[in-house]
Ligand binder design. Structure first.
Ligand code: ASP
Ligand code: MG
Length: 455
């Protein structure tokens, strides 16, 4: 959804597919628009009127320009009016934020969904102008979620009922629904969003409740790769990977899919194709329940924006399992996701890795939970290391192939990169390795080479 040109390509792809079978479309916002909306709300909160006005103007200009580029002269006016109407709604919320001097999460969710509403409006109008019957649909009316604003989870039963009620009649009439990605609403109609990058997740939710035969996610990369090509020049596109592998890669930092995308598809085994709209001839990556893959690792990912927190009892009387369970409960309340966790010697240090932006909340929660133990010296001060990075080697074929870990560690140590913590679950799907941040890129390249994952 980057520009009028990109929308045209997206519309062509959909129209072409719609000739063969019913198609439902999910759109994300135009590129950088969600960031712009969030920034505008922050500016409103800070009472920065000049910035607010400038941002609103920018928002209107981008979509107006896109409309002009996309539609013939006679068909623009109602769409321009639609754009102005949606932006006016956003402006009202932003003004409310300014008056309050704060950004209530549910208002933020209602406001940021505007990006997707604008692109759905434009996309549907373009399809119509090209002779393909289409209708913009606000996912507020089809995706039902819990009330966790900013990171809501769909309620699949109610979503199924609502989505089918709205979308099936359109599909039966041969009208292409253009549904907004990223947003939804609670059972009682309060607007929610599914987390950043959530349009992929919206699409998989709808694929599941519509019993789709397959889901196609069109982006600007050729598919899921064996490593980030900016770090590893000979990284290659993977033809096929399993749901489990794709989910691990997404959770461990590969940016190509929203991490929660695959869960709704697992039960029905709906395959996903990750494809490049700039390079349509390339087959992309198929994500399916099972694939014929070689033994060993499939891909390496990395995350640099993480922190390692170590917890260490100072008193042997302290029940360390209890400390662990309370620490995890504190992290869960703080909404921090544990990316990896390890513990070694009896009654000793255990550590976990979280995203750096979740660190302040997580530390506050830990300090509250253990206020007494810290004050009385039963627990040492938490040790936080922000100069670390996570490397994850993923592959279903690593299960039961001896020597994988040995080769990986040897490759990393050849680069003189120090390994700080290691985690591998018994599913042997992922080996997670925490290394010094400044050695992360080198380690990724070394492992990718050692496992011969590239071209
Ligand atoms: N527009 C939303 C975001 O930027 C959702 C998405 O693009 O998938 O996070
Ligand atoms: Mg996106």
């Amino acid at each position: 959804m980057g520009s009028a040109d990109r929308m045209r390509v997206a519309a062509d792809i959909c129209a072409e597919q719609a000739k063969q079978r019913p198609v439902a479309i999910v759109v994300s916002a135009m590129s950088k628009v969600t960031d712009l909306l969030l920034d505008t709300l922050r500016k409103a909160e800070a009472e920065d009127r000049a910035a607010l006005v400038a941002n609103l103007q920018n928002l209107e200009e981008r979509h107006t320009q896109c409309c002009m580029d996309l539609l013939p002269a006679g068909k623009r006016e109602p769409v321009l009016e639609g754009i102005r109407g949606i932006i006016a709604e956003f402006q009202r919320i932003a003004q409310g934020v300014m008056m309050l001097g704060e950004r209530p999460p549910r208002s933020v969710d209602e406001a940021v969904a505007v990006g997707e509403r604008l692109s759905a409006l434009l996309m549907a109008a373009y399809l119509e102008s090209a002779g393909v019957p289409a209708q913009a649909v606000n996912a507020r009316d089809v995706v039902v979620t819990d009330p966790v604003f900013g990171n809501a989870t769909p309620l699949m039963g109610p979503t199924r009922e609502k989505a089918r009620g709205v979308l099936c009649p359109l599909l039966e009439k041969g009208v292409l629904p253009v549904v907004t990605g990223f947003n939804g609403a609670t059972t009682d109609g309060r607007p929610t969003t599914l987390g950043r990058g959530g349009s992929d997740f919206s699409a998989s939710i709808l694929a599941s409740v519509l019993d789709a035969t397959d889901l196609w996610i069109w982006t600007d990369v050729d598919g899921i790769m064996s490593a980030d090509p900016r770090l590893v020049p000979n990284a290659k596109v993977l033809d096929e990977i399993t749901y489990a592998e794709a989910a691990e890669l997404a959770y461990n930092g590969a940016k190509v899919l929203h991490p929660r995308t695959l869960a709704p598809l697992v039960e029905k085994g709906i395959p996903v194709y990750s494809k490049n709209s700039f390079n349509r001839a390339v087959p992309g990556t198929k994500i399916a329940p099972k694939v014929d893959a070689p033994l060993g690792a499939r891909a390496v990912t990395s995350m640099g924006n993480v922190a390692l927190v170590a917890v260490e009892p100072a008193d042997p009387e302290l029940n360390s399992v209890m400390v662990m369970s309370r620490a995890l409960a504190a992290l869960a309340t703080a909404g921090a996701e544990v990316l990896a966790m390890t513990s070694s010697s009896y009654r000793q240090n255990f550590c976990f890795l979280i995203r750096r932006d979740e660190l302040p909340h997580a530390m506050a929660a830990l300090e509250t939970t253990f206020a007494l133990e810290l004050a009385h010296g039963y627990l040492k001060d938490f040790d936080v290391d922000e100069k670390v990075g996570l490397l994850a080697i993923v592959g279903e074929g690593m299960k039961g192939s001896p020597g994988m870990a040995g080769r990986i560690f040897t490759a990393i140590s050849r680069e003189q990169v120090n390994i700080i913590a290691i985690a591998q679950g018994s599913s042997e799907l992922t080996i997670a390795i925490v290394v010094a941040r400044d050695g992360l890129e080198k380690a990724v390249r070394a492992v990718h080479d050692e496992c011969q994952l590239g071209n």
